[in-house]
Design a protein around this ligand. Sequence first.
Ligand SMILES: [Mg+2]
Length: 422
Amino acid sequence: MSASTPPAPPGAAAPSGTPSSAGANADLPTLLVKIFGKDRPGITAGLFDTLAAYSVDVVDIEQVVTRGRIVLCALVTAPPPGLEGDLRATVHSWADSVNLQAEIISGRGDNRPRGLGRSHVTVLGHPLTAESTAAIAASITATGGNIDRIFRLAKYPVTAVEFAVSGTETEPLRTALALEAAALGVDVAVVAAGLHRRAQRLVVMDVDSTLIQDEVIELFAAHAGCEQEVAEVTAAAMRGELDFEQSLHARVALLEGLDASVVDKVRSEVRLTPGARTLIRTLKSLGYQVGVVSGGFTQVTDDLKERLGLDFAHANTLEIADGRLTGKVTGEVVDRAGKARLLRRFAHEAGVPLEQTVAIGDGANDLDMLNAAGLGVAFNAKPMVREAAHTAVNVPFLDTVLYLLGVTREEVEAADMHLDHE
Ligand SMILES: [Mg+2]
């Protein structure tokens, strides 16, 4: 044993598998063995093969590979008294033989227990700058949080990294980081850690300017020659300046007399948002249910439901009589409060608690739904919506929402592999 190593208490020499391992006793001597260098197959097996000769137990292992370089950290119980020097020499000799660097640090116990209050912070950058990363990390520290782990979720179409944070409550962290994100121009989502995060099982989306790039009523209006007039009313309604229901009736009235064949034309004109198919396909492959609620029209949403394999869809219905649009909608209007009601109804039908739902939308009429959901995501939203939602995505790719749910690019690609050629 080297002179600098404190004498081991009797428990340290206990044979493998006994309850007196360092995991059960924070004061037991432990060795941190760190291996660094060019990654190749067999490194982990080689290290533990070397350590096995000393009857040490594994307390913790962390390994990461970045651009072909491996960092492998193994925390093990100290070897029996008198053998540490030999262990050190053997590990260094093994590392030399495979062109790796080794560092072995003596100490006691394990990591300190993580603080109370645990959150996942996802940061999306396009690109993700060093400046933004520094500011986010400093902001986490300023709220009293500690970063326990960092890993990359995706490198395409955005750079997405996740920080596992402890020691601070989710709400103040979310508030602090929302301000930072807005200033930096990156997207940050903060969600509470825990099993329920993996249990989010219903995603409900707005349609116009969220699932699709268009405002459906404007597509109809183009056929009626009143596109400009309708677009102005739509913009005012989405900014929250007009009562949604009044504005809907006013705009639909402008469509009176249009031939019903226009419905098929509008369906063919609808452009999905980039990433929409990937989002839905991945969610479905992970067992999520997916629905849409729209202040637009069932004539379009029913078609989307069928094409995309959605579980739920609800919207207003354009009244058609004698082959023509009457300029009226039938049934109860889907407005701001109606969207939140529909989220609750879908959640009930799906058997998913409301706190385990995700809602995505861009307009003022989505706000009640975004706030009612467990996670509300403002997608390329108007400023008042962005500020009021839990989190905002400001890159024009709908599949980036997956990263906010902690889904990795690998899982997205795995869903792709199951895809029948469309
Ligand atoms: Mg919308």
